[in-house]
Design a protein around this ligand. Structure first.
Ligand SMILES: C[S@@+](CC[C@H](N)C(=O)[O-])C[C@H]1O[C@@H](n2cnc3c(N)ncnc32)[C@H](O)[C@@H]1O
Length: 384
């Protein structure tokens, strides 16, 4: 029987259909997809006692988890009935399954109303001069609508100098913890990173490559975010350092070092117990709401040329900032870069009608941002 026909049996509620659904469920040739749909159609029938008996008899039998989830969902639908409540709690205890825990949390927590998402108290572009793990403390909880940044390189450029890699990650953790507090519930934190290599002191030493994005993933989970997407920023090969030359000459196995043409754009959402729809509704319900233009970057590979600047050794291309702002923020939003450099993200954010908040520890780069004539408020932390 097709899924459409099983669905139809669920819609037409009668004893005959219930009998048919049970008969089909017990057929050994029934696939997992069909079984799941059958359980769903059984849950729609009128005979509550019979639904109860069906779940009770089958809930702990060996089955595909999709089928079990559907039974669990039915117990949640009828949770107000003490008998179903008991089944639901038993299933939760027995399976100890994180998907079921999420279903339970979503279904039983009070319905979230997007009106609870407050408007930011920040209404002017700002520069916070100093260590962002400290300067961010001046921002109120939930006042930021989007965070996009590229963290300082670990001992790879002039502006970063950490005792060791662990200390470096600890410093990043402090900043992302603050980021989590000031980001509105359910909004995005996006980090651009690529593995870094530390210079070797001489040819007799091996250089060390650090996969920052792997370590950062755990830090972001620990600081209250969950993973949403990885977008790959792909650069043209001639624009990146040549690592393949040695292999091309020798063709020796093990000496292969491909040219790294990508950076990871790690997209995370702040943990919350409501769906993204609520964040979106806050804007789409407004009378003057206008969605994005027609053009869509369809895949998670974004081909963008890097840019260089005499003012800073590692700046974002404008186009990268434009796409992040277009896909992850709305007009009027307050957007933050906690490691702002010369403020490329802030400049594009301002052009696109967002309110930028830029944090930077290096006075030289702060001066460049000041020159943009965008920022009204420059705040300096006393403890830089
Ligand atoms: C990769 S760069 C960002 C460049 C930026 N995307 C741009 O387009 O100009 C990282 C910046 O973080 C700054 N930085 C490093 N540690 C910091 C801290 N604790 N607080 C604030 N800024 C910091 C560095 O001075 C550097 O300019």
């Amino acid at each position: 029987m097709s899924i459409k026909e099983i669905k139809k049996l669920g819609k037409d509620k009668c004893k005959k259909n219930f009998d048919k659904l049970i008969e089909m469920y017990n057929d050994d040739n029934c696939s997992a997809i069909e079984k799941r749909e059958i359980v769903s159609s059984i849950g729609r029938q009128n005979d509550i006692d019979r639904i109860y008996n069906f779940i009770k008899a089958n809930m702990f039998k060996r089955n595909y988890m999709d089928v079990v989830y559907q039974m669990f969902r039915t117990t949640l639908v009828y949770y107000k009935d003490e008998r179903f409540k008991e089944l639901c709690e038993q299933m939760k205890k027995y399976y100890k399954n994180e998907v079921m825990d999420k279903m339970y949390e979503y279904k039983l927590s009070p319905k979230f109303d997007c009106k609870r998402l407050h408007d930011s108290s920040i209404d002017k572009p700002m520069i916070l001069f100093g260590d962002s793990s400290k300067t961010l403390k001046t921002i109120a909880d939930g006042d930021i609508n989007l965070i996009f940044t590229s963290p300082p390189y670990y001992n790879a450029r002039e502006y970063s100098d950490y005792i060791n890699y662990k200390k470096y990650l600890d410093e990043l953790r402090k900043v992302f913890l603050e980021c989590n507090r000031i980001l509105q519930d359910g909004r995005f934190l996006i980090v651009d990173v690529s593995p870094v290599i530390t210079k070797r002191p001489g040819r007799e030493y091996a250089s060390i490559r650090y996969p920052i994005h792997f370590d950062l993933h755990n830090i972001l989970l620990e600081t209250g975010f969950y993973f949403v997407d990885e977008i790959i920023w792909e650069k043209p090969e001639p624009s990146v350092p040549n690592r393949i030359g040695g292999y091309v000459q020798t063709k020796n196995p093990l000496s292969y070092k491909p040219n790294c043409v990508t950076e990871s754009i790690m997209v995370y959402r702040k943990n919350c117990n409501f769906l993204l729809d609520e964040n979106i509704k806050k804007y789409t319900l407004k009378d003057d709401y206008v969605p994005n233009d027609e053009h869509v970057d369809r895949s998670n590979v974004w081909k963008i040329c890097p840019v260089s600047s005499k003012k800073h050794p590692a700046v974002f291309p404008d186009e990268l900032c434009r796409r992040i702002l277009k896909y992850y923020s709305f007009k009027g939003d307050v957007v933050l870069d906690p490691f702002a450099g010369i403020g490329t993200f802030g400049k594009i954010a301002y052009q696109m009608g967002r309110i930028p908040v830029m944090c930077e520890i290096n006075e030289k780069y702060v001066s460049v941002m000041k020159g943009e004539k965008i920022y009204d408020v420059i705040s300096t932390s006393s403890n830089r």
